[in-house]
Design a protein around this ligand. Sequence first.
Ligand code: A2H
Length: 253
Amino acid sequence: EGVQPQDYTLIKMEIKAPFTGKLEVLAGRRVFLAAATLRPETMYGQTNAWVLPDGQYGAYEIDDTEVFIVTYRAALNLAYQRKSRIPEKPTCLVELTGHDLIGLPLQSPLTSYDTIYALPMLTILTDKGTGIVTSVPSDSPDDYMAMKDLKAKPALRQKFNVKDEWVMPFEIIPIINIPGFGDVAAEKVCTDLKIQSQNDKEKLAEAKRQTYLKGFTDGVMLIGDHQGSKVSDAKPLIRKMLELEGMAVPYSE
Ligand code: A2H
């Protein structure tokens, strides 16, 4: 971990009713998978959420009415940052693992898909962010490779009880043009570097290095209210809009 605090945006991916199984106790509430991102301007391109199958999560009461599903560590940080009454003791309504979350139907801000699903990603760290990641395969090499793995490997889908209809219909949405990388930068860089899978750590780090800064400085929005604007101009405006509309909250660690 660096010394500088990271400024994340937590995207509120709302779980659609009806709640079944372990989630039944949450019936009647608004419940969100809260995904930590550094790229709020990419939310137009979401195709799914990622969870760690063996990760430990909980459904925590945040503010008075809303419930966020995150790791305990993130719930504690959030409780302090949002000035809850008893921040040292966030209220957990039900303990969950990633397996309980796989397949949940979600409504997430800005994406053109009405419903997207929670799917397994094996490289999620539980000591970073919330342990929930929103997936933008157009612009994130990690997301692109994890989605490619699930689409190409029926055995991987079977292992985690992933239904084809949670994966196969979801095409990549081009959202940002990066000069030299085109309209789907993650696909280009993963192809150029011949990355084999989501576990190809070193090459993925190189892919992120090549696209991350360039996307921010030279990228141009292809979609949404800031279509035609530079990513560096659009990003703070989109972040603020998401927060004002109640679709996201700030989070730092
Ligand atoms: B980013 P940093 Cl389009 N484990 O959001 C693994 N990865 C995690 C995580 C966790 N616990 N929590 C967050 N992340 C991901 C969008 C995105 C992201 C795009 C492009 C690049 C990118 C859509 N996924 O990140 O180590 C989240 O994915 C490139 C690094 O704190 C978050 O932003 O810098 C980013 O990693 C935070 O990583």
